[in-house]
Design a protein around this ligand. Structure first.
Ligand code: ATP
Length: 271
């Protein structure tokens, strides 16, 4: 089974405190914490319990972190899978994997199921809405069926993430499926400053380090790239046995991180 089952692993519980910026997505997910904890309360008022949340935006912006924080704050198990794991060569295997994932989640009781790269299994179906016979159509149909089967009072929320919302099958976005869609974009200067501070918490920074200035210099950096920048800076300082991480380490790391990204981009260009 492709699922990463963190059900019994309480080490490193993620909370909303571990995420800087992404305020709107955080606020929306905070509401769901109460849904998961007290689903009967919402049922009693006749409110439709959300079943699925779609997080969309560029890579490294904290989508996985947000899903983990939802489970962490609600204190429920977290089941994580990746869409591409469900695309199988053997007929029916993807669909049966979906069914066993949901079965396992239901057995756990209240929980968060996280499907990263949902676009890999949730692309617009070739067979149309009546269902096609293509293998990935079958896998997607199995997911839709499982989500429709929720009673609503189970306290299970499915969170999916994608960088490509435009390619998703519209059926996934209907009410009762991933009807809450939250954009998780690149951080602005204030969010970058907060992310840099967060990832410097356990690092000995020199007095000369001005993280606000670094935030201004890191336009278009994702949270993951900012985390990488602080980590590379720490590695440099450690390698040179220096007492603190100073601005010269951060400047040097900046070029390492940017050059690394450019190299990756170049190698992905096919001629
Ligand atoms: P992908 O689309 O590539 O799967 P993602 O959006 O799921 O990426 P994450 O895996 O959540 O991104 O982020 C990777 C790492 O980057 C996190 O573990 C964290 O260290 C850092 N990070 C990203 N965004 C933030 C943020 N808003 N606040 C704090 N740290 C962040």
């Amino acid at each position: 089974m492709a699922a990463i089952d963190n059900a019994n692993d309480n080490s490193g519980v993620v909370t909303f405190e571990d995420i800087a910026g992404n305020e709107e997505a955080k606020e929306s997910l905070k509401e769901l914490v109460d849904f998961i904890k007290n689903p009967q309360k919402y049922e009693r008022y006749g409110a439709r319990i959300p079943r699925g949340v779609l997080l969309y935006g560029p890579p490294g912006t904290g989508k996985t972190l947000l899903a983990k924080a939802l489970a962490g704050e609600a204190n429920v198990p977290f089941f994580a899978v990746t869409g591409s794991d469900f695309i199988q060569v053997y007929a029916g295997l993807g669909a049966s994997r979906i069914r066993s994932l949901f079965k396992k989640a239901r057995q756990a009781g209240k929980c968060v199921i996280f499907i990263d790269e949902i676009d890999a299994l949730g692309k617009k179906r070739r067979g149309g809405l009546t269902g096609g016979n293509d293998e990935s159509d079958r896998t997607l149909n199995a997911l839709l069926t499982e989500m429709s089967g929720f009673k609503g009072d189970e306290g299970i929320i499915v969170v999916a993430a994608t960088n490509r919302i435009d390619t998703l099958d519209e059926a996934l976005l209907r009410p009762g499926r991933f009807d809450r869609q939250l954009e998780v974009g690149l951080p602005d200067v204030n969010a970058r400053h907060k992310i840099l501070k967060l990832h410097s918490r356990n690092k000995p920074l020199d007095k000369d380090v001005d993280l606000r200035k670094v935030a201004y210099q890191t336009v278009y950096f994702s949270g993951a790239k900012l985390e990488n920048l602080m980590n590379e800076s720490a590695m440099l300082a450690a390698k040179n046995n220096e007492n603190t991480i100073s601005m010269k380490h951060i400047d040097k790391a900046f070029y390492t991180v940017v050059a690394g990204e450019e190299k990756k981009d170049r190698s992905s260009i096919s001629i």
